[in-house]
Design a protein around this ligand. Structure first.
Ligand SMILES: [Zn+2]
Length: 237
């Protein structure tokens, strides 16, 4: 094979491997981001549900206290009505003591009823905030996931095309180079690195001066003595 033809093939392969890296990075990034967004959404949904449950619990407690207040008030009214009808002074004292206890209980219940009312308001607010945050995250997340799904699909299509093109080009290489390129690609990609400030762009070892020049100027196909990758010039755009 003509050395210049082979060199140009290697330059093309370097470009394809770079594109492949970009496509795969997009796929990996979007996959992780999608997972993260989904678990974030699950968290917001769980937060909203538990805030809602807490609000509901507080309301149940408040209603229970209100019912208890009503009971005590009814009992108190009945006992007060009995006061005039009691003839016996010991019975009267007992009744008065009972009334006093009921009044004290009513006081306590009303105090805790007020605190519960505050609690219900706070928990309702919390639940409202949690619901809004959940819905906002759902909207934001869905938009981003939709956008990423589109980009992911494009990256997957690009990956497929790039791999086909890499296959096609490596198929044109002589047997030994093809084997070498394929082994590097599967084990320590890229198989073809760019020369970077006189160094191999694959392992960053400095190349001998003449090799670096050959690679930079596209005069000869160079292999890195350190990592065995092919080293070619930067893309000419
Ligand atoms: Zn190297």
């Amino acid at each position: 094979m003509d050395p210049m033809v082979m060199l140009n093939l290697m330059v093309e392969l370097a470009g394809l491997e770079e594109e492949l890296t970009v496509a795969r990075a997009t796929i990996a990034h979007h996959g992780q981001r999608d997972k993260h967004l989904r678990s974030l959404q699950d968290e917001y949904v769980a937060d909203a549900a538990s805030a809602e449950a807490a609000g509901h619990g507080a309301e149940v407690e408040l209603r229970r206290t209100e019912a208890r207040i009503k009971d005590v008030e009814d009992t108190l009214a009945r006992k007060r009505n009995q006061v005039g009808a009691v003839g016996d002074s010991r019975q009267l004292l007992a009744l008065q003591a009972e009334i006093k206890n009921l009044e004290e209980e009513l006081d306590r219940l009303e105090t805790s009823g007020l605190a519960l009312l505050d609690d219900v308001r706070i928990k309702d607010d919390d639940a409202g905030t949690a619901r809004r945050q959940r819905d906002a995250q759902e909207t934001r997340g869905s938009e981003e996931m939709e956008k990423m799904a589109g980009e992911m699909e494009m990256a997957r299509a690009a990956e497929k095309e790039i791999l086909q093109e890499i296959d096609r080009l490596t198929g044109l290489l002589p047997e030994s180079e093809r084997r070498h390129v394929k082994r590097l690609m599967s084990q320590v990609p890229p198989a073809v690195a760019r020369v970077q400030s006189g160094a191999c762009g694959g392992c960053f070892s400095q190349l001998p001066v003449q090799k670096a020049l050959d690679a930079e100027q596209g005069k000869a196909l160079v292999r890195c003595g350190s990592c065995a990758r092919f080293v070619v010039r930067k893309a000419w755009n």
